[in-house]
Write a protein that binds this ligand. Structure first.
Ligand code: GDP
Ligand code: IMO
Ligand code: MG
Length: 496
């Protein structure tokens, strides 16, 4: 099972029940999967409590979408909780991949979790995918079906007598909302529910009882968040959000109330967003739509930069890469960055390449920009965070400087961050699209920090940047990830 990379977190040093909740602090893809995989070693139960296959959590050798990131430990129990929406066809495929790994843990699926079938995907593809830039996995329509009481749950999959009838009603309710040419075949969905659904139903067990037992027996539970706090259906940048709650309160709806001992938010730098919606610090301000490309002064610059990010998926820009050579282009951008002369799109191209910033679920190039401390502070408050985990900062090694958002300009007035966290009102958050970020530049570091495991190894400027960011976020940085692998992490301090 490998060596233990870091000491057991202090709040788990007890005979009594304790839990940790890992929450995405941004718009997803903060490296929650890697962090959960690392921390799972010190927990008994790992539970996904929200979302579904819209998530993509990258571990050392595998990307998980629905199965919790503790599955690669043979001695752990993994729970897919009732707040999830699960695609049985994708689940089967994912399970087959998991089973090729050296160790596989125990998995339990809640009977109350909802099931994503073909008709919900058709509805997603026909609407929200274009409007919001969803992952197209049927997430929103399945949560809609849950609210409308027309959805299918895991427990329904196990009841073969009534399944076909329930599926028929569910599909018909969706077909009524689709153009006739997009109608989904009832028989096809019934077949999917019976065949693939049967495989999923075999994992059904009483998750609530397991959680109850965990409390009684003093077990350690790790809650694995999906998406990020800014994608929360209530607290995020609505309507450009996902369809579930992604924040700490949703852990209270897991079927048996378990307190969260420590809630830790994961903050990546540079930060990213996939899909549409405001992102004040985004390099290039694309807004995730082609329509707003005019915001970028030089179209050619945009195409070139995007070409590097999406390497080949945009054919014209792809030709440009082949002509110049990607590595040569990246070295040229790096030189410009060190001279303080790189354009925003060049920065996006460089960090997109360096950090391999492609959606783990859809393969889309992630939009990128400096870590926004104003939003991070809001996320701390929404979640009552106890600590922060910083990830990916290693990509800044050798780039000259590190940028952060430390305030906004709105309506010709500037609002620097005042460290009390009071600045961003709800009205201003609603108006996020209009906010221009105030950028704080801190000196970077030349040494490559990738893979470091000791705080003392870090260059002085890295430590200063961490201290600057944690002060603004309002909670200490407890872990500092220095690479994608499980053990590439620095324990900053023991939380009490
Ligand atoms: P999640 O959805 O929050 O689990 O994040 P993703 O897995 O979608 O994206 C995070 C990406 O960053 C993955 O490709 C990880 O392998 C990678 N990663 C994780 N931690 C680090 C880190 O500290 N440094 C670098 N360079 N990459 C990291
Ligand atoms: P992980 O767990 C990044 C985004 C989509 C879209 C919006 C709504 O890997 O961090 P949905 O399909 O949920 O209806 O799409 O939310 N989104 C994510 N972005 N990481 C994720 O998950 C995401 N899950 C959803 O891109 O903008
Ligand atoms: Mg992801």
């Amino acid at each position: 099972m490998g060596t233990i990379a870091f000491p057991k977190p202090s709040w788990l040093e007890t005979d009594k029940f304790a839990s940790t909740c890992i929450i995405g602090g941004q718009w997803g893809d903060e490296a929650k999967g890697k962090i959960v995989y690392t921390l799972a070693e010190h927990h008994d139960i790992i539970m996904r409590y929200n979302g579904g296959p819209n998530a993509g959590h990258t571990l050392d050798n595998i990307t998980l979408h629905q199965i919790p990131s503790g599955i690669l430990y043979e001695d752990k129990i993994n729970i897919m909780g009732q707040g999830m929406v699960i695609n049985p066809t994708l689940f089967k495929r994912e399970m087959e991949e998991v089973k090729t790994m050296p160790y596989v843990g125990h998995l339990v699926v809640s009977p109350n979790a909802h099931v994503i079938l073909k008709h919900e995907i058709a509805l997603d593809l026909g609407g929200a995918k274009q409007m919001v830039g969803t992952t197209g996995k049927g997430i929103g329509p399945t949560y809609e079906q849950r609210a409308a009481r027309t959805g299918i749950r895991v427990a329904d999959l196990a009841d073969r007598k009534t399944l076909a009838d329930k599926v028929r009603k569910s599909v018909e309710s969706v077909n009524r909302r689709l153009q006739k040419e997009s109608w989904v075949s009832v028989d096809e969905v019934i077949k999917e529910a019976e065949e693939e659904g049967g495989f999923l139903a075999d994992y059904m067990d009483d998750a609530t009882r397991l959680l109850k037992g965990a409390k009684k027996e003093g077990k350690k539970v790790l809650f694995e968040g999906a998406q990020g706090a800014l994608l929360d259906v209530d607290n995020g940048t609505w309507p450009n959000v996902t369809s579930s709650n992604t924040t700490r309160p949703s852990v209270g709806q897991t079927g048996y109330y378990l307190p969260v001992t420590k809630a830790l938010g994961v903050f990546k730098a540079p930060m990213s967003r996939v899909g549409k919606g405001p992102f004040p610090s985004e390099w290039g301000r694309t807004d995730g739509t082609n329509e707003t490309r005019h915001l970028i002064e030089d179209e050619k610059e945009f195409i070139e930069a995007m070409g590097f990010i999406s390497s080949g998926r945009m054919p014209d820009a792809g030709k440009e890469i082949v002509k110049i050579g990607r590595d040569a282009m990246m070295s040229a951008i790096l030189e410009k960055m060190n001279a303080g002369k790189a354009t925003d799109m060049e920065k996006a191209a460089y960090f997109g390449w360096k950090g391999m910033e492609f959606g783990a679920t859809t393969g889309r190039a992630r939009r990128l920009g400096p870590l926004d401390l104003v939003l991070a502070r809001r996320v701390t408050d929404i979640n009552g965070l106890d600590g922060a985990i910083f990830t990916k900062w290693d990509v800044y090694s050798g780039t000259g400087e590190v940028e952060f958002v430390e305030g906004y300009c709105l309506n010709d007035a500037s609002y620097p961050f005042d460290y009390s966290g009071e600045y961003l009102s709800e009205m201003e958050f609603l108006n996020l699209r209009a906010a221009d970020p105030m950028i704080k530049k801190l000196p970077g570091w030349t040494q490559d920090i990738r893979g470091m495991t000791e705080w003392d190894q870090l260059p002085k400027n890295t430590k200063s940047a961490i201290k600057f960011a944690e002060k603004a976020i309002g909670v200490p940085c407890m872990y500092f990830s220095t690479g994608p692998k499980k053990d590439e992490i620095i324990v900053r301090m023991k939380a009490k």
